[in-house]
Design a protein around this ligand. Structure first.
Ligand code: ATP
Ligand code: MG
Length: 278
């Protein structure tokens, strides 16, 4: 087993050599909210199929980066100035929203729609015909183990089930990149463990590319091929660590503990920050 450590520096592209072509390329990306510099010179190439976790103290710009990748924040957003570039897929204009599936900590489901109709929502926006929408949404719900709950409403589902619906919805149109912002943050420890395994299973089956934000170092080491550590003020990548451990990964393996230790040590000023790192 080899564990490669890349100390990222501004402008450096840190994809492993010989890897698949990048499905997400970020070059010298910087972002200001009014006069506050939130992200500085982020450069990153993520090959197809890679699972990348991002950790860092609260306010280090993790969600801002994810929102910029998704296209929720763009050059025309109010009070925002951007430099550099973000390219998703083949980089066709306006492609972000169509190419990124997004899962947030809050499930963001429509309460008046059943699980199946929630999953269908993203396909409606793409004008997918109704029979195909129904087939695809059921398939995605089955993938997250919710085939039998397809006709239940959100209030009839547990938190873990709601998040599984949100994952199915994000997968429904086969996005180039699946973006997840603390998707397990609102769940209890047991449900979180189950969903970690489910996310790993779905990622393997779909071979999708994932960018996964978490405060939880163990979660990052369990799931990711590669973990980026951001610092705050401004947000910059201070460590880009390959997690080259066999899967499935046991939580207590010595290698896992060592990698978690290195990542915790790399998180700057974590103890002085409001955002607790577990
Ligand atoms: N719409 C906005 N307008 C102005 N400042 C913002 C806006 N959104 C975020 N910020 C600021 O940008 C910085 C980064 O915020 P962001 O939410 O990306 O951090 P984060 O790393 O996701 O934090 P957390 O771990 O708490 O979720 C913070 O200082 C925040 O106050
Ligand atoms: Mg955030």
């Amino acid at each position: 087993m080899t564990v490669a450590t890349l100390q990222a520096s501004p402008g450096e592209t840190s994809a492993p050599t010989g890897a698949a072509p990048a499905v997400l390329s970020i070059a010298d990306f910087s972002l200001w909210f009014q006069s506050k510099e939130v992200l500085r010179d982020i450069s990153l190439a993520i090959p197809r199929g890679q699972f990348v976790a991002i950790i860092g103290p609260s306010g280090s710009g993790k969600s801002t980066l994810l929102n910029a990748i998704a296209g929720f924040i763009g050059p025309s957003s109010r009070d925002v100035t951007m430099g550099g570039s973000i390219m998703v897929g083949d980089g066709a204009p306006n492609a972000h929203a169509l190419r990124c599936g997004v899962v947030f900590q809050e499930y963001a489901l429509f309460p008046w729609r059943t699980a199946r109709r929630n999953v269908e929502f993203s396909l409606e926006a793409l004008d997918v015909p109704a029979p195909e929408r129904a087939r695809r949404s059921l398939q995605c719900l089955q993938q997250v183990g919710l085939g039998a709950a397809a006709d239940l409403y959100p209030h009839q589902l547990s938190g873990g089930m709601k998040q599984r619906v949100a994952i199915a919805r994000a997968l429904a149109y086969d996005p180039s990149v699946l973006l997840m912002d603390e998707p397990l943050g609102a769940l209890d420890a047991l449900t979180r463990e189950k969903l970690m395994s489910l996310i790993e299973k779905v990622w393997k089956e779909t071979q999708t590319t994932v960018v996964y934000i978490t405060h939880n170092v163990s979660e990052a080491v369990f799931l990711a091929d590669r973990v980026l550590v951001l610092k705050a003020n401004p947000g910059e990548v201070v460590l880009d660590l390959a997690i080259d451990l066999p899967r499935p990964r046991g939580a207590l393996a010595a290698d896992t503990i060592e990698l978690e230790r290195r990542l915790r040590a790399a998180i700057p000023d974590a103890e002085q920050d409001e955002g607790e790192l577990r």
